[in-house]
Ligand binder design. Sequence first.
Ligand code: BGC
Length: 337
Amino acid sequence: MSIKQYKLSNNNGVTIDFISLGARITSVKIPHKDSHVDIALGYDTLEETINGDGYMGAICGRLANRVDNGKFILEGKEYILDQNERTNHIHGGAHGYNNKIWEVKESKLEGYESAYELSYLSVDGEGGYPGNLHLTIIYALNNDNEFLIDIKGVTDKTTVVNLTSHPYFNLNGLGGGKIFNHGLEINANSFTPINEMGIPTGEIRSVANTDMDFIQETKLSRRIKSEYEQIHLVGGLDHNWVINESNEALKFACKVSEPESGRSIEVFTTQPGIQIYTGMHFDGTNVGKSNIPLTQYAGIAIEAQNFPDAVNHENFPSAVLKPNETYKEKIIYKFGF
Ligand code: BGC
């Protein structure tokens, strides 16, 4: 199957490009003066996208983020997944959905200017996971500049699921350097600390009196180099925050903003956690759009999802999906400019 490209657009001049490989978002363009600015990291050509960072803009699963030692027990049976990051399993491993070709068809969704339906059947045993998991995702854009990702999944055997969307943003636009001038607000009173392998310890820790407190909008330059042990451990932010509960179906998770341009992204979701990752692994060897090398802190990934390694922590929200249930999660990125 060949890889195809698609475009969502609205009446305000916002456009979002994505491709069928990994459902990867390849650009998010918002109006700027009489032109536009691209606020999503990515590549200029399809070829570079295919050969570039495999998670950039992609849908990650069957289990997004890390699984300790690539193992978990479900209904008394141990499942062994591939260890594709040291001894960790990350973003679904070699058979992750970021590398699968999704079937895409144009769709209609009330209240949305443009919409597509993406689907993928992840067969029983693929990547070591049990059950045929049939996934459908709606990508839709409305005139309130809200990009909706509406995910549904059904299985024929008990399985585990945690899907996320993995775009990296830089509100300065292409060639915008590091994201240090961005403000970050996270609607979370606690987070899940990690060990040196990036795996949650199981603790749910209050952010109070720590540099993990983003209840009030805080400039990233004031926090990324923090000596706070959790931030120092990974050289920036690469953690899951526990989104505060609310009565709204879609909870406000976080807001990233850049004061000078007035640009912002607000994230609303049904998911329990929000992983914020400030791009520490970019080392300049990978060249992005306009031939600009992707260097450390070139973008911020905002990934609404279940808590990482939930399959190995009973006190985390369950990632188990049974045959009579539907996995249903929504993520909205709302662009301000
Ligand atoms: C993780 C990072 C990882 C990145 C890979 C993020 O979701 O939290 O630790 O390096 O994905 O793209």
